[in-house]
Design a protein around this ligand. Structure first.
Ligand SMILES: Nc1ncnc2c1ncn2[C@@H]1O[C@H](COP(=O)(O)OP(=O)(O)OP(=O)(O)O)[C@@H](O)[C@H]1O
Ligand SMILES: [Mg+2]
Length: 272
């Protein structure tokens, strides 16, 4: 266990997303519907994939679920708390790793972690204990006292993961956590996520790489142009699409396998 203790079982879904819609209004009042009625449920202790090509709406969904963005309509319940009605409770329960590391360049990893621990109003001795555990787990020790502007992409990513985990959240959102990492660093991140799952945490993992999702996720939702096109396990999706390779599976799930007679029409072809 990372921090000891057990996570209470929640039976009805840890992340319940219900008909989320997000429209962005541009400078000329043009409306882009980035998320168009997305629903899915992730259960406790599951790594749930959010798979989609660039621009599919993955980051937008995660930002809404993290209460950083307001949905245009629809809602989600995270570990029993509604993102619209109780955003503060949701923030306490989640850890969010997103593209921009957002670490303070002039602080060291330890100073960054201390700072974010205080923002969470954690007692000092608890912050220090958690930092010790995470620095060890994520192998941050070698550069823990160097300022963050002098860290590599992969080193910063590990510090950002430690920051997302510091307050011991039951629910984790990881937005393309392996992007820019070499195979070794990517493997460390993936093994870390498996460990989090073994502890009963629920993880939402976004990616555009089918192989990564296959290696890690118990179930997944595929989204394309803001719409859910498929939900299930990889074997479910293989069976429904008849795809033989992962690339074909991905293309068929998003309705873009134009060379195939089995092409499934976009966008709601195999949604379930
Ligand atoms: N602030 C914004 N204003 C207007 N449009 C936006 C804004 N943020 C995102 N979009 C648009 O919404 C759509 C979904 O974007 P989003 O970042 O959620 O996609 P994504 O699946 O995370 O893509 P990627 O794999 O490239 O990270 C895109 O068409 C994007 O251009
Ligand atoms: Mg994104």
């Amino acid at each position: 266990m990372l921090f000891g203790g057990t996570i209470q079982i929640r039976e009805n879904g840890m992340i319940v997303v219900d008909a989320l819609v997000k429209e962005y209004t541009g400078p000329k009042k043009q409306v882009t519907r980035a998320v168009d009625g997305v629903s899915f449920t992730a259960h406790q202790g599951e790594i749930f994939g959010l798979l989609g090509p660039n621009g599919a709406g993955k980051t937008t969904v995660l930002r809404i679920l993290a209460t950083i963005l307001q949905p245009t309509s629809g809602t989600a319940i995270i570990d029993g708390s509604d993102i619209r009605e109780d955003p503060l409770a949701v923030r306490r329960k989640i850890g969010f790793l997103t593209g921009a590391a957002g670490l303070y360049d002039r602080l060291t990893p330890i100073q960054n972690l201390m700072y974010f621990g205080r923002l969470h109003a954690m007692p000092e001795d608890l912050i220090k204990r958690r930092i010790d555990i995470l620095v060890d787990k994520l192998d941050i020790g070698r550069y823990a006292s160097r300022t963050c502007d002098k860290l590599s992409t992969g080193e910063k990513q590990r510090v950002a993961i430690a920051r997302a985990m510091l307050h011991d959240p039951r629910v984790l959102y990881f937005d393309e956590p392996t992007s820019g990492l070499d195979v070794l660093a990517a493997r460390t991140v993936m093994n870390f996520l498996r460990e989090c799952r073994a502890e009963g945490r629920t993880i939402l993992f976004s990616s555009h790489i089918m192989a990564e999702v296959e290696a890690l996720c118990d179930r997944l939702t595929v989204i394309h142009r803001g719409v859910v096109t498929a939900t299930g396990t990889i074997p479910d999706l293989r069976e429904r699409t008849g795809a033989t390779t992962l690339e074909q599976l991905f293309l068929r799930c998003i309705g873009e396998d134009h060379d195939s007679p089995m092409n499934i029409p976009h966008p709601k072809g195999i949604a379930k």
